[in-house]
Design a protein around this ligand. Structure first.
Ligand code: F6R
Length: 268
């Protein structure tokens, strides 16, 4: 795992947006894995700005979202499809038919999950997967004790997740407790992963993911097995990392090597 610690959430978003722009400009037909929630919002805002400034085009890109609430229509304001359209897709030149979000209204949800997997395979798999991190260590809606080999399927949300996400729903509104989510095995097949976490409330989950034992009790810890994962956090989310200074030192060395390679100069 590459651990990148930045001063604040703004710089995390800036870092992530730059990485996505680089990915797309390197491969115009990139397949992107996307997330909802509060964390990636600032990254999407920056990507919209980059698009408006002519620095990137999403015309040939395909996107696959991690998850959707079971029982919510695409035009329901709390559905993840609605969120993605409002926060991102409606403001860029991605083709709507190239954006894939699991179908929350599927009559046969398991069949819909299998169809989603087939579409992902047909697209050639994910080049860069963006992830947030649940306070309980979930990625997508793969709650603690999810199989580390799981594929896209229906999952029951953990009570902690239902509580965490209640802030998006009116007190009297129906809040789903079931979801369709990419599996952990599916996420692990992404060619590269970028997990973002910001704020003190994520510090404990970040430490368990990076420095804890790999365990289904903290699904994100499986990323320790992924060969190209970058964990990008702000200082607040990094505060419980025992080896924080070492990660900063490693990152500093990596940047030095990169600068060196760019200038083709000899090592100092
Ligand atoms: C969202 C998702 C979730 C969130 C996680 C963090 O598509 O898959 O795993 O990334 O719950 O949510 P925020 O960013 O709201 O703290």
């Amino acid at each position: 795992m590459q651990i990148v610690i930045l001063p604040d959430a703004d710089q995390v978003a800036e870092y992530a947006a730059n990485a996505f722009v680089r990915q797309i400009n390197h491969k115009l037909y990139s397949v992107l894995g996307l997330a909802t929630g509060s964390t990636p919002l600032a990254t999407y805002e920056r990507l919209i700005q980059r698009y408006q400034a002519g620095k990137v085009s999403f015309r040939a890109v395909q996107t696959f979202n991690l998850d959707e609430y079971l029982g919510l229509a695409p035009d329901h304001p709390q559905s993840y499809r609605y969120f993605m359209n409002q926060a991102f897709f409606d403001h860029i030149d991605v083709r709507p038919e190239n954006t894939h979000v699991p179908d929350g209204l599927a009559v046969d949800p398991q069949a819909a999950c299998e169809a989603f997997e087939r579409r992902l395979q047909a697209a050639g798999g994910i080049d860069l997967q963006l992830l947030g991190l649940g306070r309980n260590g979930h990625i997508g809606f793969n709650e603690p004790t999810s199989s580390l080999a799981s594929r896209t399927r229906v999952k029951t949300l953990a009570p902690a997740t239902v509580r965490d996400n209640a802030r998006f729903f009116e007190p009297t509104e129906f809040q789903p407790e079931l979801s369709l989510t990419m599996g952990i095995g599916t996420i692990m097949e992404s060619r590269s992963v970028m997990l973002l976490a910001t704020g003190e409330h994520k510090a404990d989950a970040v430490a368990r993911m990076v420095e804890g034992a790999v365990s289904a009790a903290c699904p994100a810890s499986v990323l320790q097995f992924h060969p190209h994962t970058r964990v990008v956090v702000d200082e607040a989310a990094a505060q419980s990392l025992a080896l924080k200074a070492f990660y900063q030192h490693t990152e500093h060395q990596a940047q030095r090597l990169e600068a060196q390679a760019r200038s083709h100069g000899p090592m100092a």
